[in-house]
Design a protein. Structure first.
Ligand code: K7E
Ligand code: CUA
Length: 681
């Protein structure tokens, strides 16, 4: 209860939400309270439905909510949207349905995941995870080995003409400055890139409107001169730099093409969230920073802690990047090579008009571009306002060289008043903003635990408008991100909003000391926002999600026969039924095996201690959902083979014994019989 009291103190908007159980129960449906906008008056359904409503003491608004989000058994087609959600420090990605909010899948990305056989011997996943550690160019502890987790934050879906095209998803690793690519044909991870020169990366993940590039930038600046690490923090402004990275996307397969990629060196201001220009701002990108003070902490060394040092200036710096210009500058060769990446040096970026700065109220978090690209909304964690920048004004100020001054690195700073279209007071702790299809912005208020709905004018004209707060909804509790349907595109669908809440105390049955996060689904169809449902996320701390219309995703039901998911092409060692064989060459035992209901063939593999074993496993099934597993006890090998899939497993038979390998999916009535022997003598 102490926490509930704290929420109450933090913001009036919380109301008694934490204590709502009794209140709801007292307001039964047939008392005729329309509540959440539905059902009032005509409440007696009669028959069993009414009996259940009475027995469960549901209020009219509860019934409305249930009907809004309920999906009858077997009706998966009633989920209109997918959520592609960050898995936080689980290192994974979640797929959910809206409005049901059911979790459909957790995709193994940076972290090994046994159900999908992700990272347990299969050549289509283990090398992907291992390639995600660039131990040569980046500092990684040799004794702790390759990185097997990540702190995923910001998923970014591929786009065509500013709309999601349902092809690829990208997600960053905030901890280690990495990024992963997931192919949405089979919902599997194909590439993890340890991005050169990025020490970490928090919010800078987005895709450009035609998927030319996926962007990722530093959070904690990167040390670029390690000649005196003991003094590095004292020389912070000299030896640290930020980097904005434009990773070129191969249009054929969605992968990163490093040769066509480039970075822009940035001042070490601790860059945070970023968003991509579109429409009126196409060709530009925007990145917040929250430590233009370049504070370093040092609270036991007689210095201020970071939170104080980084909050001193009234303003931090919004970075305005002309990436089309940067592309030209890179093409003209005005770059230096740094750890395998073309980098536009900071002075070049400033001189060539690639980078401008604009003051933004201190310690901002989100910067979010409106659907037509005319406005960029910046939310300052410590300021109850959001600040709306006008792209028309930014372009005019750049053109007329309307600069306030330059920063110490020679970057031109635009005048605040020349580029801001307006400010609107929304409440305590604004973090992130999303937009709908009707000209409204929705901003999360972390401290107040609420969503603020505000008007930008229709339909997001450029020029000055009176921005206005129009509604507020209490959220339980401490909302971080929020997401409207296709809200990051040029054509948002509106309809629903999902609030991603950091705290869930009192909302769910107790599961011990670590509580789930809470996704709250909100109805946006009326003038006032209405809460529909709570969904516990008991496997991750999702930071951000993107919502994509279901019909845009064209996932495969089965693989074309003999496909290796890594290449998405026919594996050279795929076999057909009847072509199974074992060959021994010296100390190498090579096996071409078929996998089907309910046997492996061959089902006995004989090896000598120390032999190399190379297995080529083909799931010869063609029926959707006919997945088999392949696990060898004591060897830490676990593969999952979907219908048509091939995987190759190479290992050394370095422990003697009889190992009963088996299928890990209950695939058939004789699933338990789907077993064989590895004999190592
Ligand atoms: Cu949690 Cu986008 Cu990493 Cu804000 S971030 S809350
Ligand atoms: Cu195949 Cu169980």
């Amino acid at each position: 209860m102490a926490l509930t009291r704290r929420r109450l103190l933090e913001g009036a908007a919380v109301g008694t939400a934490g204590l709502v159980v009794g209140g709801v129960a007292g307001k039964a449906l047939n008392e005729g309270d329309g509540g959440g906008g539905g059902g009032g008056g005509t409440t007696n359904l009669g028959g069993k439905a009414q009996e259940v409503i009475n027995a469960r003491k549901l209020a009219a608004e509860d019934v409305t909510r249930a009907v809004q989000s309920f999906v009858p058994p077997g009706r998966g087609d009633m989920d209109d949207f997918y959520l592609i959600s960050s898995g936080g420090h689980s290192g994974q990605l979640l797929v959910m349905g809206v409005p049901s909010m059911r979790i459909l899948k957790m995709i193994g990305v940076f972290t090994p995941e046994a159900w999908q056989g992700h990272g347990f011997g299969s050549d289509s996943s283990e090398p992907v995870i291992l390639a995600g550690t660039d131990a040569k160019n980046k500092r990684t502890s040799p004794s702790r080995g390759p990185l097997t987790w990540a702190d995923t934050h910001h998923p970014a879906l591929s786009e065509t003409n500013g709309e999601y095209d349902g092809r690829y998803a990208y997600i960053n690793d905030r901890a280690n400055g990495r990024i992963a690519m997931i192919d949405l044909r089979d919902f599997k991870t194909k590439q993890i890139l340890d991005v050169p020169n990025l020490e970490s990366s928090h919010g800078g993940c987005f895709v450009t409107p035609n998927s030319e590039y996926v962007h990722i930038s530093t959070m904690t600046p990167t040390l670029v001169d390690d000649s005196d690490i003991d003094k590095a923090l004292d020389n912070f402004s000299k030896v640290f730099r930020g980097f904005s990275t434009f990773l070129a996307i191969n249009p054929k397969n969605g992968r990163f093409d490093l040769d066509r990629s480039f970075q822009i060196e940035l001042p070490p201001y601790t860059q945070d969230l970023a968003d991509c220009g579109k429409g009126e701002s196409e060709g530009y990108a925007f990145i917040n920073s929250y430590n233009s003070e370049m504070a370093t902490g040092g609270n036991l060394e007689g210095k201020e802690s970071l939170e104080i040092g980084a909050s001193k200036n009234d303003y931090d710096m919004l970075h305005i990047i002309n990436w089309k210009k940067a592309e030209e500058v890179a093409k003209a060769g005005k770059t230096k090579q740094l750890n395998g990446m073309r980098v536009i040096p900071l002075d070049v970026a400033a001189a060539e008009g690639v980078l401008y700065l604009a003051p933004e109220p201190r310690s901002p978090h989100g910067v979010d571009v409106a659907p037509n690209g005319a406005y960029m909304t910046v939310a300052g964690k410590l300021d109850p306002h959001v600040t709306v920048y006008s792209m028309a004004k930014v372009l005019k100020a750049i053109e007329s060289k309307d600069f306030e001054k330059q920063d110490q690195y020679g970057v031109n700073i635009l005048k605040f008043d020349s580029v801001v279209a307006g400010r609107v007071e929304l409440g305590a702790g604004p973090l992130h903003t999303q937009y709908d299809d009707k000209g409204y912005g929705y901003t999360s208020l972390f401290i107040e635990s609420a969503v603020a709905k505000w008007s930008l004018g229709e339909p997001y004209h450029s020029g000055d408008k009176a921005f206005k707060l129009v509604d507020k909804l209490a959220i339980n509790y401490n909302i971080g991100h929020l997401c409207t349907m296709e809200g990051d595109t040029m054509k948002p669908a509106g309809k629903y909003l999902v609030a991603l809440n950091k705290w869930s105390i009192d909302r769910f049955p107790n599961v011990g000391t670590l509580k789930p996060q809470n996704f709250q689904l909100v109805d946006l169809t009326g003038e006032k926002m209405e809460l529909i449902s709570d969904t516990p996320i008991g496997m991750a701390e999702p930071h951000y999600v993107q919502a994509i219309r279901r019909d845009r995703l064209k996932g495969w039901e089965v693989y074309p026969p003999g496909t290796n998911p890594l290449t998405m092409e026919k594996d050279p060692d795929a076999i057909e039924l009847g072509k199974e064989k074992i060959e021994r060459k010296g100390n190498m035992v090579e096996v071409w095996a078929s996998v089907k209901r309910s046997s492996f063939k061959p089902d006995i593999i004989r090896a000598k201690l120390g032999d190399k074993i190379l297995l080529h496993l083909t799931n010869v099934e063609t029926a959707p959902d006919a997945t088999h597993g392949f696990a060898i006890p004591r060897y830490n090998i676990e593969c999952s083979l979907d219908a048509g899939e091939v995987t190759n497993v190479e290992f050394t038979a370095d422990v003697k014994g009889t190992f009963a390998f088996y299928c890990t999916e209950f695939c058939s009535a004789l699933h338990l019989e789907m077993q064989g022997w590895l004999l190592v003598s």
